[in-house]
Design a protein around this ligand. Structure first.
Ligand code: UGA
Length: 442
């Protein structure tokens, strides 16, 4: 899906020279949005594949509308790419840290990329430069970055990112709120000025609170999804219908509809990592966050529940062919990090099933991917369904809704579907001869 962009007017704020370190799902949209506001942006990426793709004019990730935004910046000569962060930060007024903070073995966020980048750029920053933490980082990281940079003329500001993959461009151009955490009023207002007039509310606070707001937002949304997944399980037990239940809940303005869709569990690079990190932060500071731990446990159960549905439909997984539709952690992205679909695929393979997957983002590059080891990658959803005992719809790509399901039923060994996103109409599937299982409805 692509969206067209009309060139945006330059920001009213004075043009600044900005380096964004890390060309990932946060760094590229951040660079694009800052360039669209008239700033001169250097995007630093040391990974060869990502850097070369950007240099060629391609994007190393799938994100609707982002190619157009970056092309616009490139044509206007407001975005440049460099390999080295040291080169990128030369003469910059602002440096955005958008490097990964993966989950460490103990549940804590691994800050080695943040530390490494801070140590590396410290001596090369222009006097008075403001360094901004956009990566999701534990409480106290603004201080850690300031110590690693080791300079009294440099302020570190926390400015957490709230964009979602798949809608990153719209989220970045039209934020609900912008959170700026700093103990230096001058640096805070300079950062606030970069985003002024974008329409979102501005929340100015200290760095510790800003860092905690980011975790609180993701933990709240993850808990909301776990709640609806638990309600779906209850609906199955009592014979209620989750779709109607969500309507009854969501029209209450205090609850709302967002993040109330049941599914195979929440995944991605953020919710699993950030919920684990927040529980860890709580423990470190003497607080047992049992509510959040409950939401995490519920998410683990959800993945098992969906796998059990597939096993029930198949009768026996050993030797059974299972077609899987969708492996990314949600639609409109190519990201498979902590994807519930992948967790389910791994369980199916371990149980001895022959798994055939289709996902519109898979390509030749994925044939050797570790997370898809022992899995057959097919080039269309019908091929994935061929001779299958069950098709499991795990990612909500809209294309699965519009397939010729009668034709799907013909290529399967027996027409049976587990619709883990409640994307399909159960009555219509049954009319096509399918046995159908959704989430929280029959
Ligand atoms: C999430 C947050 O929504 C962003 O605000 C935040 O900036 C980002 O993490 C981050 O910390 O960087 P993202 O991981 O891109 O964004 O994806 P979401 O749209 O939040 O979805 C997360 C997971 O929840 C997915 O697996 C999705 O399928 C699942 N989900 C979402 C549901 O199962 N039901 C819903 O109703 C909504």
């Amino acid at each position: 899906m692509s969206r067209s962009h009309t060139p945006r007017r330059a920001a009213r704020a004075p043009q600044s020279k900005i380096c964004v370190i890390g060309a990932g799902y946060v760094g590229i949209p951040t660079a694009g949005v800052l360039a669209s506001r008239g700033h001169d942006v250097v995007l630093a990426e040391r990974d060869d594949y990502r850097f070369e793709e950007l240099e060629k004019g391609n994007l190393p990730i799938v994100e609707p509308g982002l190619q157009e935004l970056i092309d616009e910046g490139r044509i206007a000569e407001r975005i440049h790419f460099v390999r080295s962060a040291v080169e990128g930060v030369q003469d910059c007024d602002f440096v955005f840290l958008c490097v990964p903070t993966p989950q460490g073995d103990d549940g804590a966020a691994d800050l080695s990329y943040v530390k490494e980048a801070s140590l590396e750029i410290g001596p090369h920053l222009a006097p008075g430069c403001v360094v901004i933490n956009k990566s999701t980082v534990p409480v106290g990281t603004a201080d850690l970055v300031a110590r690693a940079i080791g300079r009294t003329d440099i302020s570190v500001v926390s400015n957490p990112e709230f964009l979602r993959e798949g809608t990153a461009v719209a989220d970045s151009l039209h934020p609900d709120r912008i959170v700026v955490g700093s103990n230096d009023a001058h640096a805070a207002s300079a950062v606030a000025e970069l985003f002024a007039g974008m329409g979102g509310a501005m929340v100015l606070t200290d760095p510790t609170t800003a860092e905690t707001i980011k975790y609180a937002s993701n933990a709240f949304l993850a808990t909301k999804i776990s709640f609806v997944n638990a309600m779906a399980a209850l609906c199955e037990a009592v014979g209620a219908d989750i779709k109607d239940l969500v309507l009854g809940l969501g029209f209450d303005k205090r609850i709302g509809f967002e993040f109330l869709s049941p599914g195979p569990g929440w995944g991605g690079s953020c919710f699993p990592k950030d919920t684990a990190a927040l529980v860890h932060i709580g423990k470190e500071h003497g607080y047992e966050f049992s509510l959040l731990q409950g939401a995490i446990d519920c998410n683990v159960e959800q993945i098992e529940r969906v796998t059990a549905k597939i096993a029930t439909m198949a009768g026996d997984l050993k030797g059974a062919t299972i077609g899987v539709w969708g492996v990314t952690f949600k639609a409109e992205t190519d990201d498979r990090r902590s994807s519930p679909a992948i967790a389910i695929v791994r369980k199916l393979v371990d149980a001895g099933a022959r798994v055939r997957v289709y996902d519109p983002t898979l390509s030749e590059r994925d044939r050797d991917a570790e997370d898809l080891a022992g899995v057959e990658i097919t080039s269309d959803p019908f091929e994935a369904a061929r001779d299958a005992k069950v098709v499991a719809l795990l990612t909500e790509w809209q294309m699965f809704r519009w397939l010729d399901h009668a034709q799907v039923s013909e290529v399967m060994e027996v027409p049976a579907i587990v619709d883990a996103r409640n994307l399909l109409d159960p009555d219509s599937m049954k009319r096509h001869g399918f046995r159908y299982m959704g989430i929280g409805r029959s």
